[in-house]
Write a protein that binds this ligand. Structure first.
Ligand code: ACO
Length: 381
């Protein structure tokens, strides 16, 4: 290719603004700060729905009626237990394994023992989606127990998805308020259009590989600190800042070093992230309830000072950090909690991708040396 032709074919770094799929699952309006799941505003779902209803909605396209919800919930409850080889795997890894690496590998192991793993029919993929949605929180809870040197706790059948998740992490049945807080976290993180991890999952699925491979790829993408891994980094920031008075000097220092503020900025939202509004409110409530508003107070001040400095709003990961900390969840586990919710969005997108598949294969713009004569070993310097 000539240099002129190469220049005309310039790469769009990060694919920002590129429309890579038609989707009926989720609309993210970055200018208006709106997030819509299958036509329903996230604020309505956060106020009125449960995670189980939202998962059904994302998978099936409609909110369930009472009997549809019961049937769906029965399936989720049925699949809560981990397969024994997954338990053995989690018990065999070092307790300091990074939680997202443990989750990525455990999901892959789970796929090895699923007889439906290689069946790419819509029915089998739907069943695997439900199974993984249920099993993922059991795996995440087990990772938390291993990290903290505690024995694993088997799931209970009589609790909601969110309450059971908290029970398996802590060994205590949570209060109705605590279970509602987890339910809200799960609803708000369940889906977000063609974000990096969902795109990764769709790329893998589009090769007609299997659902476990696609989800494993998505977990790998979510792990990075520019994506879901930011929530863990936010808690480290709050701990480092440690007081409201220290926020301004800390922010000035990061700016002087041209550093990044984790939990701020977004590839799509130009205004406030609608999910952050709910997480902020809940972080405040739990701060007051636990009698320790320090982490919320630092967060509020940081939101103000960072906005003044770089005109970036906080994103979903920012208040998720103080909130999960108040809920007793270790910082290193935050991204796994995110994954235990986003599994629904990933699976919904994988099902959608396969319903009208085309391999995803963009081009690169070659800017290396022009074609040249081969240099034999004896002539190389
Ligand atoms: N701190 C400092 N500067 C920033 C930040 C930030 N948090 N966000 C954006 N900027 C500046 C940078 O100079 C950036 O250029 P660079 O990426 O070359 O450093 C410039 O603004 C342009 O950024 P945008 O076009 O607004 O955002 P982009 O789409 O490139 O990146 C991203 C979005 C990755 C989220 C970015 O804002 C960021 O790194 N934020 C911190 C990490 C984070 O919180 N990630 C979680 C996002 S939400 C989620 O994935 C669940």
């Amino acid at each position: 290719m000539t240099a002129d032709a190469a220049q005309e074919k310039q790469a769009l770094k990060g694919l920002k603004g590129v429309v890579a799929a038609d989707s009926t699952i989720c609309d993210v309006d970055g200018d208006l700060g709106k997030l819509i799941y299958r036509g329903y505003n996230i604020h309505d779902l956060a106020t009125n729905s449960t995670f189980e209803e939202v998962a059904y909605l994302l998978f099936k396209g409609e909110l369930p009626n009472a009997s549809q919800l019961k049937q769906f919930n029965d399936l989720l409850v049925h699949h809560r237990e981990m397969e024994p080889p997954v338990v053995d795997f989690l018990n065999s890894i070092p307790s300091n394994t990074p939680p997202m690496a443990a989750l990525r590998s455990a999901v892959s192991v789970s796929g090895v023992y699923d007889p439906l793993a290689e069946d790419n029919s819509p029915e089998a993929n739907f069943e695997k989606s439900i199974r993984l949605t249920a099993e993922m929180s059991t795996i995440v809870a087990a990772i938390k127990r291993r990290m903290t040197g505690q024995a694993l706790i088997a799931p209970r059948q009589d609790l909601s998805h969110a309450a059971n998740f908290m029970y398996m992490m802590s060994g205590k049945v949570p209060s109705a308020d605590a279970a509602k807080a987890m339910d809200l976290i799960l609803i708000l993180h369940a889906e977000h259009g063609l974000n990096a991890s969902t795109f990764a999952g769709r790329v893998v699925a589009a090769t007609l590989s299997d659902l476990y491979s696609a989800v494993t790829g998505a977990i790998g993408a979510l792990k990075g600190p520019l994506h879901g891994g930011a929530n863990t980094e936010v808690l480290k920031t709050l701990m480092e800042v440690a007081s409201v008075e220290n926020v301004k000097p800390w922010v000035d220092n990061v700016r002087a070093q041209k550093g990044k503020f984790m939990g701020f900025g977004h590839a799509v939202y130009k205004v406030e992230d609608p999910r952050a509004i709910h997480l902020k409110d809940l972080s405040h409530r739990l701060g007051v309830e636990t009698g320790d508003t320090r982490w919320y107070d630092i967060s509020i001040e940081m939101e103000r000072v960072v906005f003044e400095a770089i005109h970036k709003n906080c994103n979903v990961d920012f208040y998720s950090a103080s909130l999960q900390h108040y809920m007793g969840i270790p910082g290193d586990l935050f991204t796994c909690v995110f994954a235990a919710s986003r599994i629904v969005g990933w699976c919904a997108h994988i099902l959608e991708q396969l319903s009208d598949n085309k391999i995803i294969r963009p081009s690169s713009n070659y800017i290396g040396p022009a074609e040249r004569s081969y240099v034999p070993m004896s002539a190389r310097s």
